[in-house]
Design a protein around this ligand. Structure first.
Ligand code: CDP
Ligand code: MG
Length: 696
């Protein structure tokens, strides 16, 4: 069964002036195909992008409107071009900075390198980026070459120039929306930025939504600030209504305010080609096998053109790559021309470069990606899309207080975006292999739900409180979160001692929590058996957190050797990141006056510390339970230890987990065993004696 869909048929159109201060622009498009981009000069490539025709209009709208909403198909040049137009028009003069936010770290790095390349500079100079734990801005140019020549004297000058240069070298800065929020803690009005472009706004991540709410507030105090809200598919009218609805500030009668407060909306017409959609006739059961077979079928039957496969996460991407590599090797048909590459956040620079580099003649690239390639990144040369139709999504139930990472169907809007990736260079094909056409039409929701409305809001509330937003329930959100989720978050923070009786951040604990970002970064790759053996070498009876600590200690003892990592199936880059993060945390701790003290070999201290942070995630196994089943203390939900945990099959009576994933069951990931009496010690508000006693 197949149907035709023309990307662009349902693209948002320009609204007329009545509906919000809009300039109409014709959509005459260059008919030049993007095939052959590799041969054109960078300047020619820039001029061929659909957004180029709108350069003057964009600059005019930004000049005259506080907020400009720009909608344009993926690949039309919004992210890479608009910040450059702004710089060329003088928005970075006088040491001011143009910011462009992205929901994803990988996209930040990729677009910063592309824009730096287009401008002929190094990343970190005029074009920089900042993601959590990585700041590539305001690097002094070319000094390293002088250093070798002039030695010590220049070194001293270098130090001097570095400190001077911190003001203004980076004119265009790409950053995640989370990092921009964090910057607001030091500079609430974001004074160094002249224009802030909130890109990929349709993703509606929690950070994007908080940012939109706060930027609207900042606009009241800064008439010089300009906002651009850009995305592939945003509901432009409701976004415009959000920015237009304000209390208080009005223009004097008969006097027009400059900039105008009602947002301008601009739609950039793309040049998508037809994409033919193929559905399976019967739903398939083996998801990875079906993806692999579809890729091999395309490679066998279809003319040249790269393939983009959408899966849900690193695990199934790695499994698919392994199976595809094996089947391609043993296949009777000629599969030698396949270049198989993963695409997910956390890839090394070299791995990213491979994905973006042009496909050699006679070869076919197969990129196996998470939904990062849906709109954040454009890959040239894709003609075939193989779409699972699913992604990993967060779902939170405030009643049971359980947040799950669930593999769930994507919306129709997302499915169309994914299909559109096949129509960039010429007519393409999209294979939806996990559901039938009937299921797609009848069961798949038209739009996704903003993350804000399906997440645990603890960290969101801390951030707002730390920024001095006391009336969280009355905050002006683009989409209001459910009140139950807000109340749950306030309750948890109160029990943690982060909020006081007036729901204000306690000082200093609350501010300390708001400043400290945390992640765990260990991953392994390779043959399962060897990987399992390597894991056993570090496994600790106490649980995964102590195991991670063993790995960290081993890495230090090896003098941070990459060979040691390779031997032990540990990701060297991840370990280097761990070292960097620890150093950052150490600096934050020092700045806010926390005295660092080693736990030496006392693992009980570590387990108690984890308990203090994650007491809400405590679970117990019932005495008669043979099945490895646990129950959460708070919601009595059934959960199981994930097979990747060192405590899988060990099943201690009491555990705390770090996160839950749902597949066939609810699995706890990163689990540590605890003594239940600690729960009363660290969170007496939460766990009264009577709730724990019957279980002892
Ligand atoms: O933001 P939008 O999706 O509208 O487009 P963009 O990311 O600015 O991409 C415009 C063009 O730059 C596309 O043709 C991409 O192929 C190219 N690009 C690239 O070659 N490498 C990157 N890292 C990013 C963009
Ligand atoms: Mg973009």
């Amino acid at each position: 069964m197949s149907q035709f869909w023309k990307p662009g048929a349902e693209k948002p159109r320009l609204l007329d002036d009545e509906e919000g201060g809009v300039v109409f622009l014709s959509s005459s498009l260059s008919s030049a195909s993007s095939i052959g981009y590799g041969y054109a000069s960078i300047e020619k490539q820039r001029q061929r992008l659909p957004v180029y025709k709108y350069r003057t209009a964009i600059l005019y709208l930004v000049e005259t409107h506080a907020t400009t909403i720009i909608v344009g198909e993926t690949g039309s040049g919004k992210t890479t071009q608009i910040p450059q137009y702004l710089k060329e028009a003088g928005w970075a003069d006088g040491g001011r900075v143009i910011a462009c936010t992205q929901p994803r770290r990988l996209a930040v790095q990729a677009v910063a390198s592309r824009v730096a390349e287009e401008m002929g500079v190094k990343v970190g100079e005029e074009v920089g980026y900042t993601i959590r734990f990585e700041d590539f801005t305001n690097k002094v140019r070319h000094l390293s070459s002088y250093l070798s020549i002039f030695g010590v004297i220049i070194f001293v000058m270098h130090a001097g120039i570095s400190s001077l240069a911190v003001q203004d070298l980076t004119a265009i800065k790409f950053l995640t929306d989370g990092v921009l929020l964090r910057e607001m803690m030091d500079d609430p009005l974001l004074t160094k930025y002249s224009v802030i472009m909130v890109d990929e706004a349709h993703e509606r991540s929690i950070s994007t939504d908080i940012l939109l709410g706060l930027l609207k507030k900042i606009q009241r105090c800064r008439s010089d600030l300009r906002l651009i809200i850009s995305s592939a598919t945003i509901e432009a009218k409701s976004m415009s209504a959000f920015f237009h609805a304000r209390k208080g500030r009005r223009g004097l009668e008969g006097v027009e305010l400059v900039p105008r407060l009602e947002p301008a909306i601009l739609s950039v017409e793309g040049r998508g080609f037809n994409v033919q959609i193929h559905y399976v006739e019967e739903p398939v059961s083996d998801y990875v096998q079906a993806a692999v077979s579809t890729v091999l079928l395309i490679h066998d039957k279809e003319p040249p053109g790269d393939i983009l496969v959408f899966l849900t996460g690193q695990d199934d991407i790695d499994a698919t790559i392994q199976l595809l590599t094996e089947e391609a090797r043993t296949s009777k048909k000629n599969s030698s021309g396949l270049i198989i590459l993963p695409l997910y956040s956390g890839l090394s620079r070299a791995e990213q470069e491979q994905v973006f580099s042009p496909t050699p003649r006679g070869k076919r690239k197969v990129v196996i990606s998470t939904n990062i390639a849906e709109t954040s990144l454009t890959l040239e040369g894709i003609v075939y899309v193989v779409d699972s139709g699913f992604s990993k999504q967060r779902f939170y139930n405030p009643i049971s207080d359980i947040e799950n990472l669930v593999v769930a169907p994507i919306s129709k809007a997302s499915a169309r975006q994914r299909a559109g990736r096949a129509g960039r260079v010429r007519p393409g094909k999209c294979y939806r292999w996990l559901y039938t056409e009937e299921y797609f039409v009848k069961e798949i929701p038209a739009e996704g739900i903003p993350e804000m409305q399906r997440s645990n809001l603890v960290s969101c509330v801390i951030q707002l409180k730390a920024l001095g937003i006391d009336n969280i329930l009355g905050f002006d959100w683009p989409a209001s979160p459910p009140p139950e989720a807000m109340i749950r978050a306030l309750e948890v923070l109160y029990s943690l001692g982060v909020l006081d009786d007036d729901a204000k951040l306690t000082s200093p604990t609350g501010f300390q929590v708001a400043e400290i970002p945390l992640s765990i970064w260990v991953s392994g790759r390779g043959a399962q058996k060897e990987l399992d053996e390597a894991k056993l070498r570090f496994a600790a009876a106490e649980g995964d957190h102590v195991t991670f600590l063993n790995i960290y200690k081993g890495f230090l003892q090896s003098c941070k050797s990459s060979h040691w990592c390779h031997k032990n199936f540990i990701n060297y880059h991840a370990m280097k990141k761990v070292i960097e993060i620890r150093e950052q945390l150490r600096r934050i701790a020092q700045r806010i006056g926390i005295v660092m003290k080693s736990c030496e070999s006392d693992m009980q201290v570590v387990r108690k510390a984890v308990t203090a942070g994650f007491f809400a995630n405590a679970c117990y196994s019932e005495a008669y339970s043979q099945s490895g089943m646990y129950k959460t203390v708070r919601g009595s939900q059934e959960v199981y230890i994930h097979p990747s945990s060192v405590l899988f099959r060990v099943n201690p009576k009491w555990v705390i987990y770090h996160s839950l994933v749902s597949t066939d069951r609810q699995y706890m990931r990163n689990v540590i065993s605890i003594d239940p009496s600690w729960l009363l010690e660290v969170a007496p508000h939460f766990y009264q004696q009577h709730r724990l006693n019957p279980i002892h």
